[in-house]
Design a protein around this ligand. Structure first.
Ligand SMILES: C[S@@+](CC[C@H](N)C(=O)[O-])C[C@H]1O[C@@H](n2cnc3c(N)ncnc32)[C@H](O)[C@@H]1O
Length: 213
């Protein structure tokens, strides 16, 4: 095996082989993360309810949310190509149009059944258009910036039911981390608006909060 690998390393085919191996590893990591995130979704989010994902990307996690919560409605909100033609930070295919096409294609049945609603829009602009107390839960995974998360939470205060759940990705307690803004914004929000932290973990980066009622 070692000999084959060392021969392969010298071959012009090596970059192709390496890319395939990296992709397999990446798929494995994403699969494990989605399974862990999925278990938390099972625990904390209600089934058959109205939910939203802010920041959809290629729709990997939307499928997990759909399968685990079996929602009455799932609103997928992302500006995709309105934001940029390519995400510079994305791995492999960076195209926002391709990502959106994939989301539409892979949710075709649920879109036709009026379960999944795909919104090509900045979340702060779009959320304002929903009636107050509309959502049972909202999963935040958009810019990961402090100011933007503060604004999202401020809007969700009205748009999520009093008994509802706000949750999301990127729980980074390290003040030097570039996505620490989510942690900071959520903690300030909890104190200011009498919410409680149901779950937060800096390993799988997930967090869930609920109003004290
Ligand atoms: C980390 S990715 C989301 C990953 C996705 N939730 C998943 O788990 O597969 C961040 C996404 O946020 C989107 N985004 C950036 N600004 C946004 C905004 N103002 N409103 C909604 N989504 C935004 C980006 O286009 C990108 O698709």
């Amino acid at each position: 095996m070692r000999l084959i690998k060392s021969i392969l390393k010298k071959s012009f085919l090596y970059p192709l082989y390496k890319e395939k191996q990296d992709f397999k590893y990446w798929q494995y990591k994403i699969g494990r993360l989605d399974a862990r995130r999925g278990d938390l979704i099972d625990t904390y989010l209600p089934k058959g309810a109205i939910g939203a994902e802010l920041g959809v990307f290629k729709g990997h996690f939307s499928r997990v949310l759909l399968n685990r919560t079996k929602p009455k409605e799932l609103h997928l909100i992302d500006p995709w190509f309105l934001l940029t033609s390519e995400w510079p930070w994305a791995s492999r295919n960076k195209s926002t149009v391709d990502a959106l096409c994939n989301v539409l294609k892979s949710n075709k049945q649920e879109i036709n059944d009026k379960i999944v609603y795909v919104h090509i829009q900045d979340d702060l602009k779009l959320l304002k258009e929903f009636p107050n107390e509309y959502f049972d839960w909202v999963y935040i995974d958009s810019t990961h910036g402090y100011e933007h998360t503060v604004s999202e939470l401020q809007l969700l205060l009205k748009k999520v039911k009093a008994s509802g759940i706000i949750c999301g990705d990127d729980w980074q307690p390290d003040v030097n981390h570039r996505h620490h803004g989510v942690y900071k914004a959520v903690n300030e929000f909890i104190l200011k608006h009498n919410y409680k932290l149901l779950y937060a973990d800096d390993k799988n980066l997930q967090w869930f909060i609920k109003k004290n009622i």
